[in-house]
Design a protein around this ligand. Structure first.
Ligand SMILES: [Zn+2]
Ligand SMILES: [Zn+2]
Length: 247
């Protein structure tokens, strides 16, 4: 499977950097993990909408703001006869007001599916499974498995979910892990997000092959996250918009 990085930053987009979004492709299968502010700039419409499955890991704005752009574009291109298949959108059922806001959008060509820990999505050669993290709203980490490889995206989480996420990510080829914080700034161990060092600790415990850091503070030097994490887990990189990986 191929991964295209669309957004790596939070809580807002700047220039070519956008909020979380990752496009996974395998043959005809296209899956968008999160729909953060600005990521539509890195996709070509309507081609990208055709046969697209969207998974929203949680309903914080940095992870779903662009869903309304995808919905409206799907509505317009469907009206124009240029989009034949509705978007499939998977999302948490809570917070209810936000979930309802998305699912009742009138100007959309989409089908909606509630996400739970038992959800299993099979698309072509890919299987998606889910695991809740510890965050201040219902949040899901996602695992994408092909015949020969797997990637895990943690979404947002506190270090309190360390063991659960390490189990979920066991042996993955690629762990896309949020690292919003730097330990050097003196954050408490249990926060609403991970430090780069904590992301590396989870990668080590899970025995993954490669750690890809994401969810960076816009004003911070990205190299600082990699330096902090690399002391614990050697094969660490920082994701960057537009980059492709074969997993
Ligand atoms: Zn969040
Ligand atoms: Zn976030």
């Amino acid at each position: 499977m191929q991964l295209k990085v669309l957004g790596t930053q939070s809580p807002y987009s700047t220039g070519a950097h956008h909020c979380p979004g990752f496009l996974v492709r395998d043959g005809q299968t296209k899956i968008l993990l999160d729909c953060g502010s600005g990521i539509h700039n890195n996709l070509k419409f309507p081609d990208s909408l055709d046969g697209l499955t969207i998974v929203l890991s949680h309903l914080h704005r940095d992870h779903y703001n662009d869903i309304f752009i995808f919905q409206y574009a799907s509505y317009v291109f469907h009206k124009l006869g240029r989009l034949k298949k509705p978007l499939d959108i998977y999302l948490p059922a809570s917070p209810i007001s936000i979930s309802r806001d998305i699912c009742t959008e009138q100007n959309a060509f989409a089908k909606y599916h509630p996400l739970t820990e038992d959800t299993k999505i099979e698309l072509g050669n890919l299987t998606l499974t889910f695991c809740t993290t510890e965050h201040n709203i219902l949040t899901f980490a996602v695992k994408v498995q092909s015949k020969n490889s797997s990637l895990v995206y943690t979404s947002d989480t506190s270090f309190a979910a360390k063991d659960k996420i390490a189990d979920f990510a066991k042996g993955a080829d690629l762990l896309i892990c949020e690292s919003s914080l730097l330990e050097s700034y003196g954050y408490p161990e249990i926060n609403n997000h991970l430090t780069a060092k904590q992301a590396a600790t989870i990668a080590l415990q899970a025995g993954v092959k490669k750690l890809a850091l994401t969810h960076f503070w816009p004003e911070e030097d990205v190299n600082k996250y990699v330096r902090e994490a690399s002391k614990v887990f050697g094969n660490t990189i920082a994701l960057d918009e537009g980059r492709y990986f074969t997993v």
